[in-house]
Design a protein around this ligand. Structure first.
Ligand SMILES: [Zn+2]
Length: 75
């Protein structure tokens, strides 16, 4: 998957409100194929989806990364 496509998907997840913050640095992301758990820790973002397991990146973890960077800019 191209990075541009992944970012585009990530933005769409955010815009449709499918990224839900749980406790602390844990998030639920409702993807097209299921709900995944994304955890941000030590500057790294990890996702439970199969794509992340094989490629170490995915639209869900990207969505959380974007969300967190937006929050930093606001505060
Ligand atoms: Zn994922």
């Amino acid at each position: 998957m191209y990075v541009e496509v992944m970012i585009d998907k990530a933005l769409r997840l955010l815009e449709s409100g499918r990224v839900e913050r749980l406790e602390g640095d844990s998030y639920n992301v409702i993807g097209n194929h299921g709900t995944y758990n994304v955890v941000a820790r030590d500057g790294k973002v990890m996702c439970t989806c199969p794509g992340f397991q094989s490629r170490r990146r995915c639209s869900h973890s990207s969505a959380v990364t974007i969300l967190r960077s937006r929050r930093r800019q606001r505060s």
